[in-house]
Design a protein around this ligand. Sequence first.
Ligand code: NAD
Ligand code: UGA
Length: 465
Amino acid sequence: MNVTSICCIGAGYVGGPTMAVIALKCPNIKVTVVDINEQRISAWNHPDLDQLPIYEPGLKEVVKESRGRNLFFSVEVNKAIVESQMIFMAVNTPTKTYGEGKGFAADLTFVEKCARQIAEVSTTDKIVIEKSTLPVRTAEKIKEVLSSNNNGVNFEVLSNPEFLAEGTAIQDLFKSDRVLIGGDETESGKAAVAALVSIYSNWIPKEKILTTNVWSSELSKLASNAMLAQRISSINSLSALCEETGANIDEVSKAIGMDSRIGSKFLKASVGFGGSCFQKDIMNLVYLCRYFDLDEVAEYWHQVVKINDYQKNRFAKRIIARLNGTVHQKKVTILGWAFKKNTNDSRESASIYVADELLKEGVELHIFDPMVKAEQIHQDLTNLWEARNETVNTISARLSNCIFHDNPTTALAKTYAAAILTEWDEFISYDWEAIADQMMPEAMVFDGRNITSPNEKVNQYFLGK
Ligand code: NAD
Ligand code: UGA
């Protein structure tokens, strides 16, 4: 099959960058990215590439080259479906906040809606691709929905999970460790897999394109995220033990990671992992295990999230304790709101939870992040409290104790404590000795990422040391 026209439903952190790279690498394929969010689509079409809705190093260069040539962003979802041979679904799959599986299962409303729309408007055969992260056996449900099409159209459903990490998305897409494609073992299934392989093989070496059955592909995505997060929770759990014993977590991590069987990646202790996916995907895995009566397996993975919650809470409590428990109306500064460096994404960032604990103690919280805007921080906190059914009065009282800064100088002046929560490079290069002079005389720096160097002029707390 010669693929010349594809579309992607969902112009978010996955749909946007992934399709931009496909368009760049496959100039003969027309790539249309569609979304119901008009604001997001206009930002993708903004003439000023600094206004793209997502900040990712290298993204604007890729968009610049392809946009208007063979890469298009649009709100015309039906038109894109009709005109495409292949349809990627890269819509959000958040944790359910209601009903059966609340707090654990993935909410598949958006995926199902896409499938329904594809079924309704398609008049020619389509390859439908699960790009979103989905529970194992979702393809079965998608097929069921697609079968409601009355135009005699044949649909092949493939699983092609995305493994990019934010902040390095473009580099990850250019040089993926692997591209995973799951498809049916039937003749038409194999042909669909071959068509998708032909797209990726424009830039990914053949040996890195792994084809499996659909269920293995779906489960491998959840399992990969769970394994990555499990390493972080493992090292974070040991950081607590280091603090009690005089061991140093960075030294322990290095010693562990030098064992080639273990490897050094994802062993950096932190205030806790954030991001839209790790927690969501593990909870989804826990839900699936419980569904299949595998309670011990469910509990094993659930513990990864519990340790992450423990670590965020432990860090906030450490700040309060080191300030002698008297933090009411004291200025405390959070440096870094994004869940990791080089992104403007703050979904599930550890900062949200640390801020919440501090604000509950009546801290006057000052916040600075080089990329995340004040409105977003405001929204993150409001969302958390609304989800916990806090009253409007409580929410507005707490928000009035949050002061957002567009520079670190005012954020840190006369502060009692600076908490580094994102590993932004610029925090490393600050002149901490000069900053110490501007903070309160007894001020402390709480380095939740262990990125700063020891400094005689200021009291410091390093995680796991
Ligand atoms: P996102 O929220 O940034 O983007 C999803 C987009 O889908 C939104 O813009 C939303 O408006 C749009 N959408 C929802 N329903 C729609 C519909 N019916 N029609 C048209 N548009 C619709 O989400 P994301 O971070 O890009 O994640 C998407 C999926 O990819 C999730 O399943 C996630 O788990 C997975 N994933 C994310 C990452 C990541 O780094 N963010 C990495 C790998 C996999
Ligand atoms: C993660 C995975 O790395 C991707 O492969 C996957 O595609 C993606 O989730 C997804 O499915 O959404 P991402 O969340 O963007 O990517 O970023 P990571 O680099 O994995 O970092 C996640 C969190 O863990 C961040 O808060 C980061 O600071 C933290 N982390 C990471 C640590 O605390 N220590 C480490 O050693 C590594």
